[in-house]
Design a protein. Sequence first.
Length: 121
Amino acid sequence: MLRLIILGISVLTFISGLVQMIQPGFVLDFVGGESTPVTRHFFGTIGMFMLILGGLMVQVLYEAQVSRAALFWGGLQKFGAAIAVGIGIMHGLMSPIAGLVASFDFVSGILFFVYLRSLKE
């Protein structure tokens, strides 16, 4: 069951990364961020990395031997994203609605590590 949850998180990360990469202004508007050519460029770049992580995690989950290293670094990325969004909210760069994104990433990071711990050595 946990594997399916991680798969769902990974697919959602892939899709949201794709949307953010293609339409960064839409996502910036949703999280209450300033939408300028510079912020849209960098937000789109972040979306590309989200897409890559989500795709990697989907692939890892379908491999015969799940990569513990990929799960570890994927979990760290989720925690890092949660912290970065939280800092953005604290500095007034994003609206409190972005806290939903930060919370989702934080819980995702926990689940990645719980799943990693559940794997046999």
